[in-house]
Design a protein around this ligand. Structure first.
Ligand SMILES: [Zn+2]
Length: 88
């Protein structure tokens, strides 16, 4: 018997490190101001105007966040967004 094939470990590693996707926000959970980029997508602050890209909407629109929330998103990962949402 010689047909034994093993999955190369590098294949699994590649799948595991492909985490460069940006966070996708649910348009239904954002206000129109947040969708338009007039308000922080996380804490709703409108001033100073948020200009840090936090992620996008399924259709490709970008949403923005204030400096504070952008820092939170960067420090943790997109996977911790629910925790960030609970801060405010
Ligand atoms: Zn914010």
């Amino acid at each position: 018997m010689s047909g034994l094939s093993m999955m190369r470990p590098s294949d699994a590693a590649n799948a595991d490190t492909a985490t460069t996707e940006r966070y996708i926000f649910d348009p239904g959970s954002l206000s129109s101001a947040q969708i338009m980029g007039d308000a922080c997508a996380i804490c709703h602050v409108k001033w100073p105007r948020p200009r840090n890209p936090l992620g996008g909407l399924p259709e490709g629109h970008e949403v923005y966040g204030c400096d504070e929330c952008a820092g939170i998103v960067e420090a943790h990962t997109a996977r911790s967004m629910e925790h960030a949402l609970a801060i405010h």
